[in-house]
Design a protein around this ligand. Structure first.
Ligand code: PLP
Length: 399
């Protein structure tokens, strides 16, 4: 049987080197646990980057996938399929939206949102304002929308029509609104750049600006959606409803799907032939998403997410208080949480993640700024305690 080292050696010979991977080849997952090719067990506080929210290989989702794969795997969007229609009904039935476009990833969902904002707003209105620190994907348009210059380097010229406002600064945002602006695009909480929630007042001010200037508000809920922040979508707890929303990551609990949602009136602007995807919302991924959504809509699922989130916050706050030279505070919503590090902590961030990995705990260092905790939403209290004990041990050894 080949172990981690052999698989890594083989992989390193054939992959284009875009990823800095942990030295583990994962072979099995169940609930919050993963096992690698050496048989080592991990407690997962990463969830495949906020994807496997019901835990790994959830039996109900796996069964739905297997059944659908054995029945009908793909026909393209030249036809209707049962799971795709059911999924669209579930999404519109539980959000502000009336209409859905299905794609295969978060970036593609955002591409669809950008195209919709432009075509709906009409000629000459093409500019999207997004925020510094945002992350919207790795396709060229979504990279251009992403407000982190490090992701732009080497890929210029980027598509035109994207500008960035200072995070948290309404005046900077309004100053950028001009005759060409069609939309403001933001994550309700910036996940990738370091778990940075946008204040409710700030988000409400953004909504008011959009209304005042007659431009669209796009919420990228790729990471914050599907229960991650304690409500099905983050916007529900913010008193702000967007015009367009994108949802991906956890929607298929591990299968690739991205969706763009909007209202009846705005959706009308994307007519036949204006946008398409061969695979988007194909029967197998849609069946996974239907099963996932139904489980998330069960009574108490979201209540539990909120309670576990509060518990994890309390535990992380205790850790921050115990190691003030390394950590300062905790931020985030629901089970999308970050332990903010001091300068000294930041210097050790990668090492902390590496040491936890060695001890069988998976977390990451978001934006090279905070330790991010995004466990499956079904994480139990013992798993939280176990992770906290290991985290405290690592921080203790560094302080
Ligand atoms: N938008 C947000 C907020 C994200 O966090 C991500 C991925 O991390 C994306 C978009 C891109 O999603 P994908 O990697 O599925 O294209």
């Amino acid at each position: 049987m080949m172990g981690n080292a052999e698989w890594k050696e083989r992989g390193d010979k054939v992959f284009i080197g875009t990823y800095n991977r942990f030295p583990a080849t994962m072979v099995r997952g169940q609930g919050c646990k993963l096992w690698d090719a050496d048989g080592k067990e991990y407690v997962d506080f990463l969830s495949g980057i906020a994807v496997c929210s019901l835990g790994h290989s959830h039996p109900v989702v796996a069964e739905a996938v297997c059944q659908q794969a054995a029945t009908l795997m793909h026909v393209s969007n030249l036809f209707y399929t049962v799971p795709q229609t059911e999924l669209a009904e579930l999404l519109t039935g539980h959000s502000f939206a009336d209409r859905v476009f299905m794609a295969n990833s978060g970036a593609e969902a955002n591409e669809a949102a950008i195209k919709l904002a432009r075509i709906h707003s009409g000629e000459g209105k093409y500019e999207i304002i997004s925020l510094f620190g945002s992350f919207h994907g790795r396709t060229l348009a979504t990279v251009a929308a992403t407000g982190q210059p490090k992701f732009h380097v080497g890929f210029e010229p980027l598509p035109q029509g994207f500008v960035h406002a200072e995070f948290g600064d309404t005046a900077s945002l309004e100053a950028l609104i001009g005759e060409h602006t069609c939309a403001i695009m933001c994550e309700p909480l910036q996940g990738e750049s370091g778990v940075r929630p946008l204040d409710v007042e700030y988000l409400q001010a953004i909504r008011r600006l959009c209304d005042k200037h007659g431009i669209l508000l796009i919420f990228d809920e790729v990471q914050t959606g599907m229960g991650r922040t304690g409500t099905l979508f983050a916007y529900e707890q913010l008193g702000v409803t967007p015009d367009i929303m994108t949802v991906a990551k956890a929607l298929g609990n591990g299968l690739p799907i991205g969706t763009m949602l909007t209202t009846e009136n705005i959706a009308r602007s994307l007519g036949v032939g204006t946008h398409a995807s061969t695979f988007g919302g194909n029967p197998v991924v849609a069946a996974a998403a239907v099963a996932t959504m139904k489980l998330m809509l069960e009574p108490d699922f979201l209540v539990n997410v909120r309670e576990k989130g509060e518990y994890l916050v309390r535990k992380l706050v205790e850790v921050a208080a115990r190691f003030p030279e390394l950590a300062t505070s905790v931020r985030g919503r629901g089970l999308l949480l970050g332990l903010v590090l001091t300068e000294k902590g930041i210097d050790s961030g990668a090492e902390i993640v590496g040491r936890l990995f060695e001890q069988g705990i998976l977390i990451n260092f978001a934006g090279n700024r905070v330790l991010r905790f995004i466990p499956p939403l079904i994480v139990d209290y013992d798993e939280i305690d176990f992770m906290i004990e290991k985290l405290a041990g690592v921080l203790d050894s560094l302080s």
